[in-house]
Design a protein around this ligand. Structure first.
Ligand SMILES: O=C(O)CCC(=O)C(=O)O
Length: 273
């Protein structure tokens, strides 16, 4: 875990993050893996009401996800509050302050062929804004065959992509909306980052950055811990139905700032909290 205080990112890393919509961080979290693995196992043992299986009956493997557990899982709370993640998010997004949005766990057991379809996270969320940052931290080493794939520069696409349900591929919202369809993502038309990551490495990406992942046909588990942070331009938005996560009872009006009792400020520029 890094100490707060001095800068975490160099000016060129910040420029890359803002230009590409993603940045690979090497070794930043190598002392946090056991902590995050312990929290991860607790969620698997006792999932929340949000826990979701993404592999249909008869398909091989298991792709399970769950989120919004950090307030009941002390290991996740500790990491979110004490690691340098919020500061990194603040520097990368050039924000005056950073709020936690939520954390997310995703596991693909060995022999899972189910892909994570290419998508943007923002259209699933009840927020809008450009200064956003998600960390994808693998808790098992990942290789080209099972790592996260990021479409560089896609955070600048002119419209949001229609979100879909990962299990069935149906549209997430039932109502008419202003989303565009996902283009076919291939290497001749897009620049795709697919980094091999060791324990302690992470990918940081904007909520608008298109990303996905292949299945996990390796003999090893592929666990990933994601943590999602909000910068100072983020506002609440109403979308075409229940969002993911739903945040029922949030009590905000369209375009209001996100409430600080639910989404605490973890870092402010010039101030160590
Ligand atoms: O781990 C995966 O398969 C996908 C991760 C993802 O979509 C995310 O963290 O936003």
């Amino acid at each position: 875990m890094q100490k707060k205080g001095a800068s975490c990112l160099s000016p060129s890393q910040i420029e890359s993050y803002q230009g590409d919509g993603a940045l690979v961080l090497r070794g930043f979290f190598k002392h946090d893996i056991e902590l995050l693995r312990a929290g991860f196992e607790k969620v698997l043992q006792e999932p929340s009401q949000h826990g979701r299986e993404n592999v249909s009956d008869g398909e091989p493997g298991r792709f399970f996800e769950d989120y919004c557990n950090w307030e009941r899982i002390p290991e996740f709370r500790h990491w979110i509050e004490k690691s340098s993640a919020a500061q990194i998010a603040g520097e990368a997004t050039d924000s005056e302050f950073i709020q936690i949005f939520h954390e997310h766990i995703l596991v693909k057991e060995p022999g899972t062929s189910k892909e994570t379809t290419f998508h943007q996270d923002l259209p699933y969320y009840c927020v809008d804004g450009h200064k956003t940052a998600s960390f994808w931290i693998p808790l098992d080493p990942v290789f080209e065959a099972n790592t996260l794939r990021i479409v560089l520069g896609s955070h600048r696409w002119p419209k949001l992509i229609r979100p879909t349900r990962w299990l069935t591929n149906e549209p997430w919202y039932k109502t008419e909306d202003d989303f565009m369809e996902m283009p076919v993502i291939n290497e001749s038309d897009f620049e795709i980052l697919a980094p091999q990551l060791d324990l302690g490495d992470a990918v940081l990406f904007n909520f608008k950055t298109v990303h996905g992942a292949p299945g996990n046909e390796t003999p090893h588990r592929r666990r990933a811990f994601s943590a999602r942070f909000l910068g100072d331009d983020v506002r609440y938005v109403k979308r075409g139905g229940a969002t993911s996560p739903p945040f029922d009872g949030i009590g905000l009006s369209h375009n209001e700032k996100m409430r600080k009792d639910w989404f605490p400020v973890l870092w402010s520029r010039g101030q160590t909290l």
